[in-house]
Design a protein around this ligand. Structure first.
Ligand code: 4AD
Ligand code: MG
Length: 464
């Protein structure tokens, strides 16, 4: 069949009743077919929108047999005329003139019914993008990625590409995946019995990056304002609804920014992204609101419209200690706050996003700027309802001697290249990292981070 003028379902529905009379070609996957012996109705989805296009087959033009292959999941091409719809729920529908079946879908097609559980769909992750729910999530994910680039580009930031394979361990957390071509069943050893990495592909120990920040600082101390946006990898054995082993991170790094500038940027940035999704993904967010989380839209609007609380860690701990609440993990000054503590501050105490600052230096990374008290660093974690930590960042220690002392205390090595930023023309600077999937989790209202990335990786799970 000749393709006269292919239009996406999104474009057709956006045109509405005004385009009645036009001949169009539509191509997509069949969601449902119903009807009687005079007329059959097909709900067609092509992924461009959550909404289906109704195709009407008049059985005086089409034989029963010709429509038989059109079952749920099959793919078709229809040519026909747009007409104002008589049915409720759509402005236009297509009166089919011609039909081409690209591919049938036998009865074992796993997505027959509506209302599969998210757990079931996780088992069928290779097909779940075809469901309404995942279609909505993935379109929102795209819109947020675009909003991130737009936000930074419009502010004069440069997209700076940091390596995925790295020889440095940014956070010092040691939770890295190694990259090697050495034979694992016969590793070469040196005289001392240690693995001889000089024989490895890169001639040294290499790993997948846990963060692009340190290399990002090299960009910021040259280009001024940069951001990274790419995959990061963490080999922690965290089986939680907030952790992935492969996730995407956005890391802006700004020369001449102090901690307050950093907080202002983080708050403006995250509100911009949420607002962008509210404005551009209305149908998808509405669907998720109606099917999964009735408070989603209200929660998104609330975050955009209200100032975040800014609070030093020390005061946060005091609030937790005085709350009288029985936490699973104990709270005291110096402790790395658990998710239950963060969520208490955000959801029960302030009922707003909170930016917690000035953490004890012992629980934060070596590069954070030491405060005058000698005990705390200029860290900032942005804590969100339902999510907990969505952003982690800090002002960086720009003083060569102080940073060198910290590196020695922690026994870090191979940092000369990083120290050169402090040795030559050092400047105050700051940055932060946003966990992209945690943002998608918040904006979609989904409960599990494994449901907001197409192909999730977590301990014991690496399909496709
Ligand atoms: O707090 P993190 O570890 O900070 C850094 O990596 C810094 N280098 C960022 C910077 O200052 N440039 O990670 C940043 C964010 C967290 O707040 C969280 O949202 C997300 O990354 N994140 C994860 N998201 C999914 N799965 C995981 N395993 C994550 N670990 C961190
Ligand atoms: Mg953190």
């Amino acid at each position: 069949m000749q393709d006269i003028r292919r239009k996406t379902v999104a474009a057709i529905l956006a045109g509405g009743a005004a385009s009645a009379g036009e001949i169009v070609d539509v191509k997509g996957w069949v969601r449902t077919r119903r009807g009687n012996k005079n007329v059959q109705f097909v709900a067609l989805n092509d992924g461009s929108t959550i909404n289906n296009l109704q195709i009407v087959f008049d059985l005086s033009k089409f034989s029963d047999d010709s429509l038989k292959p059109i079952t749920t999941g099959s793919s078709i091409h229809v040519q026909g005329r747009l007409v104002a719809s008589q049915g409720a729920g759509q402005s236009v529908e297509v009166q089919a003139d011609e039909l081409e079946v690209y591919g049938t879908a036998p009865v074992d097609y796993p997505l027959q019914k509506k209302g599969h559980t998210l757990e079931f769909l996780r088992e069928k992750a290779h097909l779940r993008p075809r469901t309404n729910t995942f279609g909505a999530v993935l379109r929102i994910r795209h819109a947020l990625a675009y909003a991130i680039h737009k936000f930074f580009n419009d502010k004069g930031f440069f997209y700076f590409h940091t390596p995925l394979i790295t020889a440095s361990d940014c956070e010092g957390a040691g939770a890295q995946f190694q990259v090697t071509t050495l034979p694992l069943n016969g590793l070469p050893k040196d005289e001392a019995g240690n693995i001889d990495y000089s024989q490895d592909f890169f001639g040294k120990l290499a790993s997948l990056t846990v963060s692009g920040q340190l290399e990002g600082e090299l960009g910021a101390t040259a280009l001024g304002l940069i951001y990274t946006f790419g995959p990061t990898f963490r080999a922690e054995n965290s089986n939680t609804p907030r952790h992935l082993s492969e996730f995407w991170m956005v890391e802006p790094e700004m020369a001449f920014y102090e901690i307050a500038d950093n907080m202002d940027l983080a708050e403006e940035f995250i509100k911009y992204c949420i607002n962008y999704a509210l404005e551009h993904c209305e149908d998808d967010i509405r669907f998720l609101n109606d099917h999964f989380d009735k408070e989603l839209v209200d929660r998104l609007k609330f975050v955009v419209e209200n100032d975040f609380v800014r609070l030093p860690y020390t005061e946060g701990v005091k609030i937790l200690e005085e709350s009288g609440k029985k936490f699973e993990f104990p709270v005291y000054w110096g402790v790395d706050l658990a998710s239950e503590h963060e969520r208490f501050l955000v959801e029960e105490h302030f009922k707003k996003p909170v930016i917690l600052t000035d953490y004890p230096k012992e629980i934060k990374a070596f590069y954070m700027k030491l405060n005058d008290d000698g005990k705390t660093v200029r860290a900032m974690d942005v804590l969100f309802p339902k999510i907990g930590e969505i952003i982690g960042g800090s002002q960086r220690e720009e003083n060569y001697d102080k940073l060198q002392k910290r590196i020695e205390e922690l026994g870090l090595t191979g940092m000369d290249w990083y120290m050169d930023t402090r040795k030559y023309g050092t400047v105050p600077h700051s940055g932060f990292g946003l966990g992209f999937e945690r943002l998608v989790l918040f904006v979609t209202g989904m409960q599990n981070i494994r449901d907001v990335i197409p192909f999730p990786r977590y301990p014991k799970a690496c399909e496709y």
